[in-house]
Design a protein around this ligand. Sequence first.
Ligand code: DGY
Length: 317
Amino acid sequence: MKPSLLVTRRVFPEVLQALAPHYELEANQDDAIWPRAEFVARASGKDALFVVASDAIDRDLLATVPKLRIVATGSVGYNHVDVAACRERGIIVSNTPDVLTEATADFGWALLMATARRVTESERWLREGQWNRWAWDQFLGADVHGATLGIVGMGRIGSAIARRARGFGMRLLYTNRSPAANESELGATRVALEELLGQADFVLLVLPYSKQTHHTIGEAELARMKPTACLINLARGGIVDDAALARTLAAGRIAAAGLDVYENEPKVDPALLACSNVVLTPHIASATRSSRLGMAMLAADNLIAFATGRPLPTPVA
Ligand code: DGY
């Protein structure tokens, strides 16, 4: 008898086709957002879960799924899965590193450039019919070339962003728990967060979310940034205190922000929505077809490896 698998969100058909020979599938075909009670009811009795970053796999859920043996998340971030609680119950967890690195790094630049050069703000203004003449001082933005980029979290995605920064002739600072192996190749200098915040023209966040990194950027950290600086968050909601950021942006204490992730997504703090100097995107940094298909297929590969008794390609350490 095949093990049972719940796929919580609509996924590419080829991914379900790959899984079908190995699992009794219950797949969310219409991409409905299940209320928690419905999710718990559907998960109960399953051997395997294929989840995404918005599905909380916590102790409460685990208490209701005694048969569960594997949780494959279709994301590189796994802060939504209580890995320690899974381990206590002998449940394996896998994620999807590498396959999204380059697409996410590309998007980091898209967001940084859009923020620096006020792309969405000026487009909104144009669409509103406000453009009736060219002017010397229209939508003056920040220079990216030659500026100082501060990357907070120099993992795979941070390094891929740093490689691209060389083409812009930028000075590169970073923070990380340990020195990056490719530090000299990247021409990057590791500094303390306080120093990075005080010197960077662009502060780019790509660190994983955890209790320890909650509100890494709050009121005090924002106050350390240059008034001309931009903050870019590609990492996870909760790393930035969104309310503090909205106050800082509204007061013009930093120039601008570019955000792809939010504390209560998909809800965005109305105070952020009210700021014109923030570029807001809906958690799409990895959203190219090849990257998203790669992520979903890698999650499926982990599930198939489990079902066929092979080592998982990307278990969470
Ligand atoms: C990830 O892979 O962690 C992305 O944020 C998509 O959820």
